[in-house]
Design a protein around this ligand. Structure first.
Ligand code: FES
Length: 169
């Protein structure tokens, strides 16, 4: 009489594990999809306050989710760079170890100024104008796109700081 109960408990636990694994797989799939899916538009929202220049250390790119852009300090210039890859629109993260933008979709690489270095992207990354308001705080206008620099611009090019984040294809 106890065997059916044990079998029932075993089946219940098996079903629980399967359900848990399915939920985990769905969550992982959604996370990958969200991080790689092409973006429809970018910015288009108008001005966004970025704060003081001192907030952005030289050689870093800080993500601003409100504008779906990065504020990059090249060491000489503060730039607002769209996260949307000029190739097919994937989200391009900044790789802290290499100091470059590396597209996970097809391998385009851009320097800290968003200039094309390698890969299928036809141009560098789109930018937005950055100005200072009356208090001296930086403001980016996401309603005005600046076309990415042509290949070979190389104004901000420097050798990689370290290893790439994306594997070389
Ligand atoms: S979408 Fe970035 S390289 Fe293709």
């Amino acid at each position: 009489m106890t065997a059916p109960v044990a079998t029932s408990r075993r089946n219940f636990l098996k079903a629980g594990w399967k359900l848990g694994a399915t939920i985990l797989a769905a969550a992982a799939g959604w996370t990958v999809y969200e991080s790689l899916r092409p973006l429809g538009g970018s910015g288009k929202g108008g001005p966004i306050k970025l704060g003081s220049t001192a907030t952005y250390a030289a050689g870093t790119a800080t993500y601003v989710p409100e504008g779906r852009l990065f504020v990059a300090n090249t060491g000489t210039t503060i730039l607002a760079i769209s996260q949307k890859c000029p190739h097919l629109g994937c989200r391009v993260p900044f790789c802290d170890s290499s100091g470059r933008f590396e597209c996970p979709c097809h391998g385009s690489i851009f320097d800290i100024g968003g200039e094309w270095i390698e890969g299928p992207s036809p141009v560098g990354m789109t930018q937005y104008p950055v100005t200072a308001d009356v208090d001296g705080a930086l403001v980016v206008d996401t309603s005005k796109e600046i076309a990415g620099p042509p290949r070979g611009a190389n104004q901000y090019f420097s050798p990689p700081k370290g290893p790439n984040c994306q594997p070389k294809g």
